[in-house]
Design a protein around this ligand. Structure first.
Ligand SMILES: [Zn+2]
Length: 133
């Protein structure tokens, strides 16, 4: 069994194409300047369809995190325990991703992270790495 891979749609394809170039993008509303991720066809605040893609600097802070000890499928068995975190990115959008390169006990709310990318099949997925304290 393999891990699931992204299945890009018309409105998520730009996000995944950017990931494959190791760039994290988010959407910004041209009308009310709300920023958002996951990709949508309209602004979550004013519902305008006038969205543009912007590139994130890839830095943020841990808002919340949890550690997975029981693999959801056999494909994740070698990964446990692993950390899933909500990251508040400096540009104002929120990203849910894995924290890599650190034991679960090292992850804490408020820690600075930077986004990197790791391969999953033919796609690169954004993951968070803890910044040195
Ligand atoms: Zn808007």
């Amino acid at each position: 069994m393999h891990k699931p891979v992204p299945q890009p749609t018309a409105h998520t394809r730009p996000f995944w194409e950017a990931c494959n170039q190791q760039k994290l993008q988010f959407q910004a509303c041209k009308r009310c300047h709300t920023v958002q991720l996951i990709p949508r066809t309209v602004c979550t605040q004013c519902h305008a369809p006038d969205l543009e893609w912007k590139e994130s600097a890839g830095k943020g802070v841990v808002l919340s995190h949890t550690t997975v000890y029981r693999a959801p499928t056999p494909a994740f068995k070698a990964d446990v325990p692993y950390v899933i975190a909500l990251i508040d990115m400096d540009e104002g959008f929120r990203l849910m991703t894995n924290v890599r390169g650190a034991p679960p006990s090292a992850v804490a709310i408020g820690q600075r992270v930077r986004i990197g990318f790791e391969a999953r099949g033919e796609t690169l997925l954004p993951v968070a790495h803890l910044e040195p304290q």
